[in-house]
Design a protein around this ligand. Sequence first.
Ligand SMILES: Nc1ncnc2c1ncn2[C@@H]1O[C@H](COP(=O)(O)OP(=O)(O)OP(=O)(O)O)[C@@H](O)[C@H]1O
Length: 655
Amino acid sequence: MAPNYSKFLTRNNAIAGCAALSASIIFLAYRQQKKLKVNRKKLKKDVEEELKYLISEKKEPRTKVQVDRKLFIQLGQLFRIVVPGWASTESSMFFLIAGSLIARSLCDLWMINHGTKIESAIISMDKQLFYKRLLKFLMTLPVIALVNNLLKYSIGDLKIRLRTNLTRRLYEDYLKNYTYYRISNLDNRISNPDQLLTTDIDKFCEAVTDLYCNTAKPMLDIGIYVYKLSTSMGGSTPALMLSYLFVSGLVLTHLRKPTARLTAEEQKLEGEFRHINSRLITHSEEVAFYNGNLREKATLLASYNKLKHHLVKFLGFKVIMGIVDNLVAKYFASIVGFWAVSLPFISGKISKGSHGERSRLYYTYGRMLLKLAEAIGRLVLAGRDLTRLAGFTARVTQLRTVLSELNDGKYQRTMVAGAEHLKPNGGKLIFKNNLIKFEKVPLVTPNGDILVPELTFEITSGMNVLVCGPNGAGKSSLFRILGELWPIFGGELTKPPRGKLFYIPQKPYMTLGCLRDQLTYPHSGSEAARRGATDEILISHLQRVQLGYLLEREGGLDAIADWLDVLSGGEKQRIAMARLFYHKPQFAILDECTSAVSVDVEGSMYRYCREVGITLLTVSHRKSLWQHHEYVLQLDGRGSFSFKPIENETEQFGS
Ligand SMILES: Nc1ncnc2c1ncn2[C@@H]1O[C@H](COP(=O)(O)OP(=O)(O)OP(=O)(O)O)[C@@H](O)[C@H]1O
């Protein structure tokens, strides 16, 4: 007999079953969710680990960035750059803005007054008066629009002028004495000078103009109302308001302290993110050949996440500060305003007169006091702009300091252990034509790593020298010292002035411009013409390096192209040789710069250099080049060196 289940199918049991089923579904869903959460957490942790690996997380000492005496000193220094003097156009623009702000206040007042008059004409049903007032309103509107936009124009123009002055001054320092090289190759205080020179300068100038506009008008209002109120009501009521301004200003400035540091940090992270983006653009070909898309995406996102994390933290801080700002600068200021208005009434100072008279007095003084409270609130809020400005001021000042120290030959860098005693620029530099002489000059990297303790040799014009040695022995470092890019840590170096020594790297630089500019770089086409380089001479140099076909292919010396992309590696090297023929220096350093050029072309280039008297210092692993040199400087990579004439048996050294 079949079991009878119907007795279990009661309503209660059905409910209990459904409940149990739902509970198990919820439990399973919860477990799944938890598992997902754990997985997500693990993934996040893995990504964070990866980020640490991709972007070095050096703990930097926290620099103090806040509104204090130091800020005002720094601002004063920057101000002397952006506003050259009282009689300058920049200071006139400051006055023009002040004038426009006053004019705008008057326009606002007129609009309110006239609007009320139009309304009263409507209420009193006076058609004639209504049309008359409306017409007057219409005719005045263009003036108001003009005033509003004059203010906008003067603010915008001032910002551009400030930025121009600051940019010009910083570029003067940045492009003096190879500072642009040293800032990223010797010093390690600033990692993104590009961000500082573009965005930070712009934001600094914007913060200056914002601060000026947001303080000038409230200060003007405060001056007017304090004067009016103290002449009519006595000094105690405005004094109360001013005390509130002072105390609330102090409290808010203290609470806002982190803003300056957070702003500076934000700019730094923006710079880092931008730098990683431009790295990918610069090396896109190499990355594409490696198919490194995923890896580069991880690096980019890592940098972005770091920035995002900071932005979210900063946003939270801004919101909390916004609440405090609203309370202190808006609402509490109005409460203090009401209290100040009430004082002369409640204390009985104004008890004479009818109710109507007291009402009139209240409206006159009360409104003024509330306006004063509003202006005080706005001034207190402008403190926010000041803390933001503190962040940008700190960044721009740091850039100025680093640039000026680098120009003086000082740099800051983590030195290798035991190198702390080494003094950059401890050696002596002497300029003399047709001679390169190292006398006990140590070969030291910028972080104090000693490659050769003492180098001594002498090269005179006409003595071609081959420089050999294993990888990392210091061949390029020797030229960096010779080219004055790296400091001399000791001894005495005699060399021709910088312009008479030419350096050609393995990947020569191509400038923006036409083909002629490539041949005469860093001279411009017109400068080259002034120096007597006719097109015929330049074309003969091109033909000497067997690049005559470029004239046909690209459309002559005036053809403009992105030469870094258009030319092959060997073509770039040959352009660099033609450039050397144009400049005809006393000495030329060729750092593996003919590696992509065929041996026969290379031979004719060397012969031409000898013909025109260019003495060559060559780094090369090619045996074919030995015949063009008389001496060999051999670095062994373990700190020793030898300098001797090339003889047949010298070949056994190889490189
Ligand atoms: N800017 C720098 N800061 C610190 N150390 C550096 C710097 N540039 C190079 N070095 C180090 O100095 C050493 C010598 O480098 P250098 O470029 O002079 O070698 P090289 O002899 O030209 O080698 P290669 O044949 O590989 O080109 C290397 O160990 C290198 O890591």
